[in-house]
Design a protein around this ligand. Structure first.
Ligand code: SF4
Ligand code: SF4
Ligand code: SF4
Length: 399
């Protein structure tokens, strides 16, 4: 690790109240006991401290977290706070939920543990997300109802949107309007589908989107967001991060997909104690698990597994084998996501299947950033040319 931060993706349950067709989780009734949680947290924190890391993020996801009881989380939070105080650690908790099981009983947990901000997923149009016995329409109706209830309780719900082939048949402005104007979301992250879970016959390679269509969609969407969202408090990820990167060379992404090496920054633990790279690996590809934290006293030993070495070496192999070495965006993309590559090509050594659409997106974000920088510079020059008495108000633009 090169930073003072590490993220744990924790699956406290494999149970889910939905039945999404593209789900890569291996859904079971297994749920983490508080006793096991305490043991996992202690070993994880010992591992972090042995590497001089004191800042930890825990991403709570499932299965579906709201199939458990709020009381369980309040007690888990007590365990976390106790350990943080004793070891002088900072732990920030994040929640990913499908929202279907949300009710006001969760408000205390969301306020105390997640700072009143959670993340959920909503696709447009919805082809794959379904309730257990229901349809995509029923899923959407329930989701919208729960979203409104959460909003009324003062909870910020950020949304992950996964485009599909039908998304491309509509104008990107319809996509933007659906999330921002119709649903009322302010923070949207675009993600891409991949055919994880070889045990689910409905998850097939057809899920992988066509790069040219996706790239064109990114171009249109970035354009709309720049016109309508950028200065209106709407955040569309990864556009916002890319613009920041190209304008100021700030970190290029909130997404693990473009981290320099996700194996340095994330690890995932399921309710049985299995340790893997992330949630898809731990449930869909058991042969890629690093070990079991409940069966070992020391996470450092598990993290030395040969399997993890394959993840660690991927980024440098991508360069050596010539996959990405000549790419001008190597410093931001690093070959992309291992699970997207593996689930599509059955190889860790291949570059991300969305490579070509990333390049289109990077090109376009770079052009937009250059234009924004020029506009900003011109504006600064105009301010500079004003008399001091005229500058007072406009100056604030650049505070
Ligand atoms: S909500 Fe998540 S875990 Fe549940 S079925 Fe859908 S994708 Fe799978
Ligand atoms: S394998 Fe992909 S999704 Fe998983 S942590 Fe790495 S970059 Fe993220
Ligand atoms: S955009 Fe493509 S070629 Fe460039 S670093 Fe990413 S995966 Fe490699």
């Amino acid at each position: 690790m090169t930073t003072n931060h590490i993220s744990l993706i924790l699956l406290p349950t494999l149970k889910c109240n939905a039945n999404c067709e593209y789900c890569f989780e291996n859904k079971k009734d297994t749920t983490l006991s508080l006793e096991s949680f305490k043991a996992i947290l202690k070993k994880f924190c010992n591992y972090a401290m042995s590497r001089n890391i004191s800042n930890i993020s825990i991403y709570w996801q499932g299965g579906e977290v709201f199939t458990m009881k709020p009381e369980w989380y309040m007690r888990a939070l007590g365990i976390i706070n106790q350990l943080c105080e004793k070891e002088k650690l900072s732990i920030i908790n994040h929640l990913q939920t499908n929202l279907i099981g949300y009710n006001r009983k969760w408000n205390k947990v969301i306020e105390n543990m997640f700072n009143n901000e959670i993340s959920s997923s909503l696709d447009f149009p919805n082809l794959y997300r379904k309730t257990q016995k229901g349809t995509t329409n029923l899923f959407n109706d329930k989701w919208r109802k729960k979203f409104s209830e959460a909003k009324l309780s003062g909870i910020i719900v950020n949304v992950i949107a996964i485009p599909n082939a039908e998304t491309f048949k509509m104008d990107a402005s319809a996509f933007y309007a659906y999330y921002v104007e119709e649903v009322g979301v302010k923070n949207i992250q675009i993600n891409t589908p991949f055919p994880g879970n070889p045990f689910n016959s409905k998850v097939n390679p057809q899920l992988v989107l066509e790069n040219e269509q996706l790239g064109y969609f990114y171009i249109e969407l970035l354009d709309i967001w720049l016109k309508e969202g950028l200065n209106s408090g709407v955040s569309f990820s990864p556009f916002k991060e890319l613009i920041d990167f190209f304008m100021d060379r700030r970190d290029g992404g909130s997404s693990c997909i473009w981290s320099s090496n996700c194996s340095d920054q994330f690890l995932c633990i399921d309710p049985n104690g299995n340790v893997s790279q992330c949630d898809c690996w731990v449930t869909s590809y058991p042969e890629f698990r690093f070990g079991n934290i409940l069966e070992s006293d020391d996470l450092s030993v598990i993290m030395k597994s040969n399997i993890r070495d394959r993840f660690k070496q991927r980024a440098s192999q991508m360069i050596k084998t010539g996959n990405c070495v000549e790419c001008e965006y190597l410093a931001i993309c690093h070959g992309g996501c291992p699970v997207r590559a593996y689930s599509t090509y059955n190889s860790l050594q291949r570059k991300d299947p969305y490579c070509e659409s990333y390049k289109i997106m990077f090109d376009n974000a770079k052009k937009a950033a250059i234009k924004l920088s020029r506009d900003k510079y011109k504006c600064k020059q105009n301010i500079h040319n004003l008399k001091p008495s005229e500058r007072k108000f406009t100056d604030r633009v650049f505070d």
